[in-house]
Design a protein around this ligand. Structure first.
Ligand code: 5AD
Ligand code: SF4
Length: 414
C-alpha cells in the first residue's frame, strides 16, 4: 500500500511530514511521488497566514474526487491548520478520515497504527520496508511549541508550549540520519536556540551534535534574537561543523513596531548582535523574515524597516504581508487596506532582491565547497543553493567555481 504526502508551511512542518512518513513506513507502507498510485493521502497543513491555510483547504476539497476514484482510499489531514480548525474541517470535508492536529504529532505512531488497523483498501501491503530517510541534508526536531507571544502569531496556539527532546534522543536521531546517509543536520524548533534540557543549553547541543561521527555540517532554524547569547555565537564560530550562515527573523526595523509585536528586543540590540556575529564569523551569510503592514505601521515605521535592510545588507530575506490571525492580540487592532500592504510588500521585496542579487554577483568566479544533495543540486556552507552539473555524487563535497548568479540558485561552471 502506498502513501503520498503533501506539505504546506515551514521547515518544522517538513520535518513533521518526514517523521509521520517514517511511522507510516514502519507500518509497512511505501511512499510514492504519484498521487494516482496512493491509497493514503496525507495533507500536512499550515496556518501561519490565511493564504497558507486557504491553499491547503482547496487541496483538501479536490481530494473528494481523488478518494472516490478507488475504494478504500484514505485522506488524513494533519498540522497547524488541522489543530486550529478541527471541527470546521470535519464539517466541511466529511470524506476526510482522520484529522490530527499539530500538538498530536508526537502520538502519530499510534494514530498510524490505528488508521491502518481499520484498513479496507483494495490492496495488500506491498512489502514492509524499514523506515529510511535517505537525505544528505536531514532535519532533526529538538523542541516543539513556542513560549513567546508575538502579537501577530498563531503558532503558540496551534503548537502549544515549548517541550524539549532530551540530548540522548536528539543524538540518537542524528546517528540514525547519518546511518541513512545524512552529512548535514539542521536542528529545528520554533525558537530553536531557547533549547534547554536539564543542565544542557543550545550551545551544548551544537557541540554534541557536531561531534557525532559522520556529521560534516550543522545548521539550525529558527533562532530568536533574544536567545542569541554570546555563548551561542562563540560556539558557532569555534565549532568547525557549524555553518557560517544564520537565519535570524527581525520582523521590523522600527522599535515602535517591535514593541507592538512584543518581540522583546530593539533594533539597536539586533544590529549589535549581528555586528558581533559578523566579527566572530567573517563571511557568514545572514537572512531574515520581515512582516509589512502590521496594524499601526506608519510610513516612518516602514522606512525604518527599509533602512535596516540597507544597513545590515541581508543576503536574502522573506517578506510577508501581515495576515490577521483570529484569536491573536493583533487581531483586535484595525488592519490596513490590502492595497497598502501590497504596495509596501512590493517596495520591500525590490530592496531585498536588489541587495541579494548584488551579494550573489560577488560570488561569480569564486571557488565554493558544495555538499551535493540530489539531482545535481548542493549547497555551500553559507547556504547558497548551487547547480553543480553532475560533479560529485550525493553526500560528496565538491569544490566548484561559480559561473552565474542571476537566479537564487547559483550555477557552477562546467
Ligand atoms: N502575518 C504575516 N506573517 C507572519 N509570520 C508569522 N505570523 C504572521 C502573520 N500573522 C511570519 C513571520 C515569521 C514567519 C515564519 O512568518 O515573519 O518569522
Ligand atoms: Fe510552521 Fe507556523 Fe505554519 Fe505551523 S503555522 S506549519 S509552525 S509556519
Amino acid at each position: 500500500m502506498k502513501f503520498y504526502v503533501r506539505t504546506y508551511g515551514c521547515q518544522m512542518n517538513v520535518a513533521d511530514s518526514n517523521e509521520m512518513s517514517r511511522h507510516l513506513k514502519a507500518e509497512g507502507l511505501v511512499e510514492t511521488q504519484d498521487p494516482d498510485e496512493a491509497s493514503v493521502m496525507l495533507v500536512n497543513t499550515c496556518t501561519v497566514r490565511q493564504h497558507a491555510e486557504d491553499r491547503a483547504f482547496s487541496e483538501i476539497g479536490r481530494l473528494k474526487r481523488w478518494k472516490a476514484k478507488r475504494a478504500g482510499r484514505k485522506v488524513v489531514v494533519t498540522g497547524c491548520a488541522a489543530e486550529r480548525t478541527k471541527e470546521y474541517l470535519e464539517d466541511r470535508f466529511p470524506f476526510v478520515d482522520l484529522v490530527v492536529g499539530a500538538k498530536s504529532i508526537e502520538d502519530f505512531a499510534q494514530v498510524a497504527h490505528r488508521l491502518l488497523d481499520r484498513r479496507e483498501t483494495d490492496e495488500e501491503l506491498d512489502y514492509a520496508i524499514p523506515a529510511v530517510d535517505d537525505k544528505v541534508a536531514a532535519f532533526v526536531t529538538i523542541m516543539r511549541g513556542c513560549n513567546y507571544s508575538c502579537t501577530y502569531c498563531i503558532v503558540p496556539y496551534v503548537r502549544g508550549r515549548e517541550i524539549y527532546h532530551s540530548v540522548e534522543q536528539i543524538l540518537g536521531e542524528v546517528r540514525d540520519r547519518v546511518r541513512e546517509g545524512a552529512r548535514e543536520i539542521t536542528l529545528l524548533g520554533q525558537t530553536v536556540n531557547s533549547y534547554r534540557h536539564g543542565q544542557h543549553r543550545f550551545a551544548d547541543l551544537l557541540e554534541r551534535v557536531s561531534a557525532v561521527d559522520g556529521v560534516d555540517r550543522v545548521r539550525f532554524i529558527s533562532p530568536h534574537p533574544y536567545y542569541m547569547t554570546d555563548r551561542v555565537i562563540e560556539t558557532m564560530a569555534a565549532v568547525p561543523q557549524v555553518c557560517e550562515s544564520l537565519h535570524l527573523p527581525v520582523q521590523s526595523g522600527s522599535n515602535t513596531m517591535l514593541k507592538a509585536m512584543a518581540r522583546n528586543y530593539t533594533r539597536e540590540q539586533y544590529v549589535a548582535q549581528i555586528e558581533k556575529m559578523r566579527r566572530a564569523m567573517p563571511g557568514m551569510t545572514l537572512s531574515t523574515d520581515i512582516i509589512v503592514g502590521f496594524p499601526g505601521e506608519t510610513e516612518e515605521d516602514f522606512d525604518q524597516t527599509l533602512s535596516l535592510i540597507e544597513e545590515l545588507q541581508f543576503d536574502w530575506g522573506f517578506i510577508f504581508k501581515y495576515s490577521t490571525r483570529e484569536g491573536t492580540p493583533a487581531a483586535k487592532l484595525d488592519s490596513f487596506p490590502q492595497e497598502l500592504i501590497e504596495e509596501r510588500h512590493q517596495r520591500c521585496l525590490e530592496l531585498v532582491d536588489r541587495i541579494a542579487l548584488e551579494k550573489r554577483s560577488k560570488l561569480v568566479g569564486t571557488l565554493q565547497d558544495v555538499l551535493v544533495e540530489e539531482n545535481n543540486f548542493g549547497r555551500t556552507r553559507t547556504n547558497y543553493k548551487v547547480h553543480v552539473n553532475g560533479d560529485g555524487a550525493p553526500g560528496q563535497e565538491v569544490r566548484v567555481s561559480i559561473a552565474n548568479a542571476h537566479r537564487a540558485t547559483l550555477e557552477a561552471a562546467l
